[in-house]
Design a protein around this ligand. Sequence first.
Ligand code: SGN
Ligand code: CA
Length: 493
Amino acid sequence: MAFIQMSCAKDERPNIIFIMTDDHSYQTLSAYDNRFIDTPNLDRIANEGVIFRNSFVTNSICAPSRATMLTGKYSHMNGQLDNRTRFDSSQVTFPKLLRNAGYETAIVGKWHLRSEPTGFDHWEVLIGQGDYYNSDFIINGNREKSDGYVTDVITDKSINWLKQREGQEPFSLLIHHKATHRIWMPDTALFNEFKNVEFEVPDNFFDDYEGRLAASEHVMGIDKDMDLVYDLKMLDDGELQTQYRKYYERIISKLNPEQRNAWDQYYNPILEKFKNDDLKGMELALWKYQRYMKDYLQCVRSVDNNVGRLLDYLDKSGLSENTIVVYTSDQGFYMGEHGWFDKRFMYEESLRTPLLMRFPNKYRISGAVDEMVQNIDYGPTLLDYAGVDIPSEMQGHSMRPLMEEKDILWRDAIYYHYYEFPNEHGVKKHYGIRTDRYKLIHFYDGIDVWELYDLKHDPREMQNLYHDSGYIEVMKMLKSKLVDLQIEVGEKI
Ligand code: SGN
Ligand code: CA
């Protein structure tokens, strides 16, 4: 009798869980910086895996960052220059390639690309920016309401998706949190986290922007632009008629009675004290900074707790054994440096973004990577580990050799370009180059200003050296490198 040997080799390809928050700064992730908060669960990914110490974006704003991450291409190549454009979802993306290669693919959380998600077997996404409380989702095309705090809800939905999977094929799950985006609404259960804490004030909080025209024209100052009612939740009986008060009233009207009650119980005493103290000038600016930090960090706390919950589930279910876990944010954020909140500028705090990766034990990968990586590199890296060919149209590179300490020639400079102007924060269009030591930026369109920084001597980027005679050679070298980079990445200026 003929005996037919069935091939039932187990699929050994790794699963992928890619967690991305919105506007989470590396300054508030303790694996990078422990001045403000301890994030033990996020640190766990770093401690058990790899921390990228020089991780950057190509265009520091949400939709472009997401498009870059999906396509492995710079904004000018994938067409998503700003938040207003509709993503051309017919493009090649890494989830599509994984799916073609037999992975089961899903995304839960913020999408923000206007067109419907493509390349996913399952998708549950927020509408636009979504809401912190009781947010609506679109689930495979159908609108559905949720109950509760969005970071918990996104984590629950993600774990539920993992639980109901039946197939044996590997999976790729993108978990895209809304937190820690403006207006930094904390989970009511975490209100007492930083009760009597005074946060350290950055030494350039009262920046005068001397020699930096574009920076001086910003509309993202904690002092002058942060809205007392909307951003800082000081909803009084009507005296404070701030610019965004009505938006805040609309947002908190979506809280259920129990949530609203906890909300008022927390903010009302703060409001009362604020009214009594009647702060002015610098004192008011510093009060705003502390108020901002507290809400923002409470949002980070919830992210950290929920990442912990997810990691525990991966351990308990045995999935940790064969799952790559990535943690990143769509860009960095200002925690009062230069007196700011928001992002967009090519200065360090918003150019950088956290990047942590943890691998199944069999890869034996851990440690720190110092080379400059960018969000164009995520797709190629994940495809590499999945054993899928990286298409030549992807402009990023697999970071695998960096993590596996193989000798390779890696980029010695990164390219950046921000296009959204006008915008609500007044940041002019600009492009530039960063090497491990220097940064050259050109602000254009209604402005024509160059800036040069020596990051070794001036890591806070306070002194524009573009017109400094001592830096003429450096400036020329950077300009020529910038032109080379623009040619290499295919951007005509
Ligand atoms: C909203 C925010 C801005 C923020 C952009 C872009 N205003 O418009 O402060 O810069 O999103 O953020 S808000 O009043 O709606 O909070 S991004 O992360 O989506 O690019
Ligand atoms: Ca963002």
